[in-house]
Structure formats: structure tokens, C-alpha cells
Design a protein around this ligand. Structure first.
Ligand code: CO8
Length: 258
């Protein structure tokens, strides 16, 4: 649609599709892009017709990080009073599951953006890394926290301290990426996973995501309590009755989101 300058947004059935579109800067995240991406995610998240969001970039780059040129001369005050990246917090806040479909570079803020999503699919060309240390800074949009949880302290520490990139295969082995596919198949594969998620009961998918997120944000005991509460509450839904009836009757369920 024409309403955005730095992203392309379209609805594909029940899937909200967002493509980062700053080819001249390898999709580097500037404040406009962060704001527009936040707005697009928030709009899809509020739309009951949307059951999954896909975030992707170009063949060459998912996103090569925060926009270094925009950031270079900022002061501490600039960065703290009006962080250019508040818009990106919409991703972690969204109830709707989000898939990152990564081809090419996912570096710095780009890797952090992928980690703000729920599923990361990678083209065999994908390259992940947190190179901030080579610029005299450190990750600032969750990299030190989410990468350590995703791949463990020691591997994350090596990546953050050296700034080196890891390829798609290594990222899959490390557990950052759920699947590696040929670059030419990435969009189709992302769409297939998104349609699978969007075909589930919306409130149930929301509950699943919220419980998954709790595992990252709380201790085990608190997370287990949260999960049990969410699980029990789903028995108030028609979709729970329908899903289990369909299983017994050996047919596909018809979810209504009720
Ligand atoms: N910012 C701005 N412009 C960029 C960026 C970037 N991150 N990455 C690439 N570009 C631009 C290049 O400057 C170049 O523009 P031009 O043609 O005008 O010179 C164009 O994109 C193409 O890039 P290259 O010519 O460099 O392409 P190569 O294929 O030679 O190299 C690389 C690709 C390896 C990806 C290289 O571009 C690179 O190293 N980019 C920077 C990667 C990086 O360091 N990212 C981390 C940024 S810092 C960050 O993300 C911190 C986030 C935390 C913020 C917290 C706030 C609270």
C-alpha cells in the first residue's frame, strides 16, 4: 500500500505480510522504518481477520541493523529521550504470532528484529550476527538477552564479543532458526507456515503465544502457573469443544474464534 515509505504491506488471506523496503541501505532500521513497522504490526494485530504476520526483507538483506548513518552523531540525550526504535516494541507486544522470513543479512538490530518474532525461517543465504561491538557499541534492542536465551550464554557471548556472522546452517544447529530452506522457496515456505498458524483458533493461538512468551520472561514456576491458567481458561471456548469433537469424529475442525 502507498501509506508507508519504508515498508510494503499487504493482506494475503488471513496472513499480514510486511516487507522491509529500504534497498539502498540493506533495510537498515531508521526511525521512519521503526515507526512504520510498529504501526503496521499494531494494525494487523488489531484486525481479527489476521491470524499470523510475516515479516521479511529482500533477497540480499532481512535488515543490516540499525541505521548507522542516522545514529552516528546522536548524543546520550538523543538516544534516551527519543529512542528511534520504540516502534519496534510493537512486535514483542503483539498477540498475533509473527514469522521472520530471513534471507541475506540479519545483523545487529536486524538480528534483534528477527528475535522479536516467534518463528525464524531462514534462506540458506541468511547470515546472523551482532556486530555492534565492531562499531564501539553493544546490542540495544534485546540482542544480549534474547540471543543468550535462544542459543545459550557461551555461543551468544562469542558472537556478541567478536561480532562475527553465523550462516543459516549454524544458526539452525544453534536453535535460533527453526528451518533452513533454499532462498527461492523462502516466501512460499513462510506463507505455508503462516497459513497453518492462521488456520487455528485465533484466541487459542494468542494464548499459545502468550504462554510461550512467558517462558522467556519469567522463572519456571511462574511460567508453569501462567501456562496452566491459560490452558484451563481455553475450556471456556467453543473452539476447544469443536477441536476435540473433530478429533473424535475424525474430521478437520472448523474454528470460529469463539
Ligand atoms: N546502516 C546504514 N547504512 C547501511 C547499513 C546500516 N546498518 N548497512 C548497510 N548500509 C548501507 C551501506 O552504507 C551501503 O550504502 P552506500 O551504497 O550508500 O555506501 C549500502 O547499505 C550497501 O551496503 P554495503 O556496500 O556495505 O554492502 P556489502 O555487501 O559490501 O556489505 C554488510 C554488507 C556486511 C551488511 C555491510 O553493509 C555492513 O557491515 N553493514 C553494517 C552492519 C552492522 O554493523 N549492523 C549493526 C548496526 S548497529 C545496531 O544495529 C545497533 C542496534 C541497537 C540500537 C539500540 C537503540 C536504543
Amino acid at each position: 500500500t502507498g501509506e508507508f515509505e519504508t515498508i510494503l504491506v499487504e493482506t494475503r488471506g488471513r496472513v499480514g505480510w510486511i516487507q522491509l523496503n529500504r534497498p539502498e541501505a540493506l533495510n537498515a532500521l531508521n526511525s521512519t522504518l521503526a515507526t512504520e513497522l510498529g504501526a503496521a504490526v499494531t494494525a494487523f494485530d488489531a484486525d481479527e481477520q489476521i491470524g499470523c504476520i510475516v515479516l521479511t526483507g529482500s533477497e540480499r538483506a532481512f535488515a543490516a541493523g540499525a541505521d548507522i548513518k542516522e545514529m552516528a552523531d546522536k548524543s546520550v540525550r538523543d538516544m534516551s529521550i527519543s529512542s528511534p526504535f520504540v516502534g519496534l516494541e510493537a512486535l514483542a507486544r503483539a498477540r498475533t504470532p509473527i514469522i521472520a522470513a530471513v534471507s541475506g543479512f540479519a545483523l545487529g538490530g536486524g538480528c534483534e528484529l528477527a528475535m522479536s518474532c516467534d518463528v525464524i525461517l531462514a534462506a540458506d543465504t541468511a547470515k546472523f550476527g551482532q556486530p555492534e561491538i565492531t562499531l564501539g557499541v553493544i546490542p540495544g534492542i534485546g540482542g544480549t538477552q534474547r540471543l543468550t536465551r535462544a542459543i545459550g550464554y557461551y555461543k551468544a557471548a562469542e558472537l556478541v564479543l567478536t561480532g562475527r556472522m553465523m550462516g543459516a546452517e549454524e544458526a539452525e544447529r544453534a536453535g535460533l532458526v527453526s528451518r533452513v530452506v533454499p532462498a527461492a522457496d523462502l516466501a512460499d515456505e513462510a506463507m505455508a507456515v503462516a497459513e497453518s498458524i492462521a488456520g487455528k483458533s485465533l484466541p487459542v493461538a494468542f494464548a499459545a503465544k502468550e504462554a510461550l512468551r512467558a517462558s522467556q520472561e519469567s522463572g519456571l514456576a511462574e511460567g508453569l502457573r501462567f501456562e496452566k491458567q491459560a490452558f484451563v481458561s481455553l475450556f471456556a471456548l467453543d473452539d476447544q469443544k469443536e477441536g476435540m469433537a473433530a478429533f473424535r469424529e475424525k474430521r478437520a475442525p472448523h474454528f470460529t474464534g469463539r
